[in-house]
Design a binder for this molecule. Structure first.
Ligand SMILES: Cc1cc2nc3c(=O)[nH]c(=O)nc-3n(C[C@H](O)[C@H](O)[C@H](O)COP(=O)(O)OP(=O)(O)OC[C@H]3O[C@@H](n4cnc5c(N)ncnc54)[C@H](O)[C@@H]3O)c2cc1C
Ligand code: SF4
Length: 304
């Protein structure tokens, strides 16, 4: 396997063709290469290419924030926005007082201190599913096969929304926090709301993101809410993926709620009672009840 040394964004994107894989902290890429689900002819390290760190606040008019919806957004005053490099580690974010509480807490509750000191925000948002059938390289539906093995098999950690084809549950805590915060992304070629980075896999395209193979995630813009929180239910208190994670952010009169561990992609909950529309598998109906409790607590925590 070849290890390249790109010095610029243009060099890195040019190198990301024909089976090359981007390497940030490597906490996801290295185990996947070792265990088999990921194949790479070349690795393209991103250190020194993708921005790292948090830029000071700047006021961004609401009109420029294309992800905002509803009357509250149209009338609200400009809100400060933080620019976070996709190469910033989770460990750097969890201790930065400028970062909204929901994102800080989502980073603090993710993985272990060692993984957080290596793992970047960009890599976290783009991590693959933790579904054990996928990790075992079983040739399931998401890997191009014709069956979702989890539906009839073990699925207690799987999805209760958006699970018609693939029932995996998106593992990223920071993604749920950023979705609730209404973050936007900048790649080397476009700007988009975080919600548009993800898509449910379809028969004709089983990817769960809209990122092109040679596209680099560079930076996120994170609005500062009036209040935000991230709550996470886990099998144990530390070093466990979310059974359910709930992020809530209040900005003016609007509260946005997003879930981790709920669907194959981070899931924006239109309203608390949208949990009534969940489509759990037999083994994941308990998650809906966990989500109800966490959503209630999160709403209480961000109430004026
Ligand atoms: C044991 C374990 C437990 C974990 N627990 C949790 C948890 O509880 N909660 C949670 O949220 N996460 C958890 N994680 C995930 C962890 O946070 C991620 O592995 C880490 O953040 C990935 O970042 P990285 O920089 O190491 O990514 P890498 O491994 O380098 O890359 C991951 C993916 O992103 C791509 N990529 C990386 N950066 C870019 C970029 N800028 N542009 C385009 N593509 C890019 C890579 O090509 C690759 O596909 C856990 C991971 C492990 C191994
Ligand atoms: S849940 Fe998704 S990743 Fe897991 S076996 Fe089913 S199709 Fe594959």
């Amino acid at each position: 396997m070849e290890l390249l040394r790109p010095r610029t964004i243009a060099e890195a994107t040019a190198a990301l063709r024909d089976g090359a894989v981007a390497l940030a902290g490597g906490t996801e890429v290295v185990p996947l290469l070792r265990d088999g689900p990921l194949l790479a002819a070349r690795l393209v390290p991103l250190a020194g290419v993708v921005p790292r760190g948090v830029d000071g606040r700047r006021a961004t008019p609401e009109a420029e924030q294309s992800h905002e919806v509803g009357a509250a957004a149209a009338t609200a005053a400009p809100r400060p926005v933080l620019r976070v490099g996709a190469g910033t580690t989770l460990a750097e974010l969890e201790v930065d007082p400028e970062i909204p509480a929901a994102l800080r807490e989502a980073c603090r509750l993710a993985a272990s201190p060692q993984l957080r000191s290596m793992g970047t925000l960009g890599g976290n948002l783009l991590q693959a599913t933790r579904c054990w059938y996928w990790r075992l390289h079983s040739g399931c539906w998401l890997q191009g096969g014709d069956r979702c093995h989890a539906r009839e098999g073990e699925h207690r950690e799987h999805a209760f929304f958006g699970n018609g084809r693939c029932a995996s549950a998106h593992p990223s805590d920071p993604a749920a926090a950023l979705l609730a915060l209404g973050a936007t992304l900048r790649t080397d070629r476009r700007e988009l709301p975080l919600s548009e980075l993800y898509r449910l896999p379809r028969d004709d395209d089983r990817s769960t993101t809209t990122l092109a193979a040679d596209e680099l995630l560079l930076e996120l813009e994170v609005p500062s809410p009036d209040a935000s929180v991230y709550l996470k239910a886990m099998d144990r208190k530390r070093f466990a993926f979310a059974l359910v994670g709930v992020a809530a952010a209040r900005s003016g009169g609007e509260v946005r709620i997003a879930l981790a561990g709920a669907a194959p992609i981070p899931w924006l909950l239109a309203a608390p009672d949208a949990l009534d529309e969940a489509t759990p598998l037999p083994g994941t109906s308990y998650k809906v009840e966990v989500a109800r409790t966490l959503v209630d607590r999160a709403l209480e925590a961000v109430a004026p």
